[in-house]
Structures are given as structure tokens and as C-alpha cells.
Design a protein around this ligand. Structure first.
Ligand code: ADP
Ligand code: MG
Length: 276
């Protein structure tokens, strides 16, 4: 199983949109994918059409040792599952504060459960607290979504340091492997400049021996596309909501890069037939 945490402690950079639509694209290419929602805002769950009513079980109960991943998991489409979050997850940060081994709960729970998937994609909350540490202890890879903004790289050193520390102390295999430019406004000078800075940082940065030394800035840039912003309120991935949109094309291409298939302008269906 390949396991990826979508992480950036800033909100609004495209984490959830990427987690849901990248997962959906990979599932449509014939792989079994699980989206784990670790954000108390539960946006990824809602985006996949799963609303967890108050009192029903979600990842919160798993972290509290009151339910198993199997019990809280929902089917979200063909080859696609979701382990949903609920607002009560906001309390987990506090409730786990005194717990021994609190960063390892998810990893332990996923050890057996995870075997049935080809891909695990975790949508992280916008913080570097205990929930995010659980994600980082559990996965092999981190993808960093960045919004081309003049402060895009601001706060990055803290994130990279966190990944480094988790790798040194609890999860030696952890690496930042991918950088995704989201909400990209092609043709604007700012987007071009920021993309250049991001490439400079990751392609030529002083990263030797660091967990981000082999990070790839994906060629696919996720263009700003209104259909991507509309899809969540219908509880649908971009492929169900508008398969002919730029958003569907961009996330298909991103999935192809992630799977190592190379870029093309082929539709998901063609790509699916090819990878099957
Ligand atoms: P995060 O999870 O990092 O907070 P989201 O994925 O929720 O970020 O994105 C923030 C907002 O921007 C959401 O309203 C989302 O629908 C919208 N959005 C994300 N990516 C795009 C895009 N490429 N084009 C247009 N809107 C987008
Ligand atoms: Mg989010």
C-alpha cells in the first residue's frame, strides 16, 4: 500500500480538494483507495457525500479506542472508501494530550486495516498538532499543496522541520515526495513567479540528507476552476460533478504523474483502460 498525507498547516490551499479528487482519479484508474479525513471540519467526508450525524462513529472513536477503522468506514464509490471525520474530532487534540504513545494510534489501527487498499490518502487538518502527527506517523509520503501566493513558502520551514523530526523519532521512512501547485491562475505574473520560487526551493534547495531531498514539484498545476469549488456542496468528486471540466482534466493528470504514468491529455476512461 502507498500511503500519502496531504499536508499544509495553512487553510485554503487546496488540501481537501486534492485529497478527494486525487483519490477519486486513482480509484477510477482501477486501484483501491481510502480517503481518511483527519480534519474536524469534515470537508473531505462531505465532499465524498458522507455526512456523519452527531453521535455516529467516525475517526474520533477510533482515536479514542472506542471503534475500529472497519466499523467507521463508508463506501464512497467504486474502489473508493472514506473514513469520515466529525466536528467532535476537535476535542481529540486536548483529550489525547496526556496519553502515552498518542502519535501512534492511527498507525497501529491502520497496520492490518490498511492492507486491503492500494492507496491511503489522508486529508490533514490545518495545524501541526497531535492529529497531524498521527497522520505523519502512519504514512510513507507527504504531499504539499501550495497556493501561488506571495506568502506561499511562508511557514514552510516549520512544516519541513516537523516532517524531519517525525522521520527521525518515530517514522524513519517518512519523506516529502510531492509538491502540488493548486488554485493556479495561469497567465498571471504572480503565479509564474511563485511557481519559479517553488521550483528553486525544491529543485536546487539545500536539501541534502533531508526528508524533502527527493520531493518532486508535479508538472501538473491544478488550475483555478469554479467547478472544483462547486462540487463539494453536491457531495461529489469532480469526476461525478463535471467530468469534462478543467478540474477533472488536471486531477486526472496529477493522478497519472503520481502513478508514474506520465502526462497526457487523455480522459480518465482512456487512462483507466491503460492502467488496468
Ligand atoms: P484546504 O483543505 O487546504 O483548506 P480546500 O481544498 O478546502 O483547502 O480549498 C479551499 C477552497 O478553495 C474551497 O472552497 C475549495 O472548493 C476551493 N478550491 C480548491 N481548489 C480549487 C481550484 N483549483 N479552483 C477553484 N476553487 C478551488
Ligand atoms: Mg481542508
Amino acid at each position: 500500500m502507498r500511503s500519502i498525507a496531504i499536508l499544509n498547516q495553512k487553510g485554503g490551499v487546496g488540501k481537501t480538494t486534492t485529497a478527494v479528487n486525487l483519490a477519486s482519479a486513482i480509484a477510477r484508474m482501477g486501484h483501491k483507495v481510502c480517503v481518511l479525513d483527519l480534519d474536524p471540519q469534515a470537508h473531505a467526508s462531505l465532499h465524498l457525500g458522507i455526512g456523519v450525524a452527531s453521535g455516529t462513529e467516525s475517526i474520533y472513536q477510533v482515536l479514542m479506542g472506542e471503534a475500529s477503522l472497519e466499523e467507521v468506514r463508508h463506501e464512497a464509490g467504486e474502489n473508493l472508501w472514506c473514513i469520515p471525520a466529525h466536528l467532535d474530532l476537535a476535542a481529540a487534540e486536548m483529550e489525547l494530550a496526556g496519553e502515552v504513545g498518542r502519535e501512534m494510534i492511527l498507525r497501529d489501527a491502520m497496520e492490518v486495516h490498511g492492507k486491503q487498499y492500494d492507496y491511503l490518502i489522508i486529508d490533514c487538518p490545518p495545524s501541526l498538532g497531535v492529529l497531524t502527527l498521527n497522520a505523519l506517523a502512519c504514512v510513507d509520503e507527504v504531499f504539499l499543496p501550495l497556493q501561488p501566493h506571495f506568502l506561499a513558502l511562508h511557514g514552510l520551514s516549520k512544516l519541513l522541520r516537523t516532517v524531519d523530526i517525525v522521520s527521525k523519532r518515530i517514522n524513519p521512512g517518512l519523506r516529502l515526495t510531492g509538491v502540488v501547485l493548486c488554485l493556479f491562475e495561469s497567465g498571471t505574473r504572480l503565479a509564474g513567479e511563485v511557481a519559479g520560487d517553488v521550483h528553486d526551493f525544491f529543485d536546487r534547495g539545500t536539501s541534502e540528507g533531508k526528508t524533502w531531498a527527493s520531493a518532486e514539484v508535479f508538472q501538473t498545476r491544478i488550475r483555478r476552476n469554479i467547478r472544483l469549488a462547486e462540487a463539494p456542496s453536491f457531495g461529489q468528486s469532480i469526476f461525478d460533478y463535471d467530468p469534462s471540466s478543467n478540474g477533472a482534466e488536471d486531477y486526472t493528470n496529477l493522478a497519472r504523474e503520481v502513478l508514474g504514468l506520465g502526462l497526457s491529455s487523455k480522459s480518465t476512461e482512456e487512462a483507466m483502460a491503460e492502467s488496468a
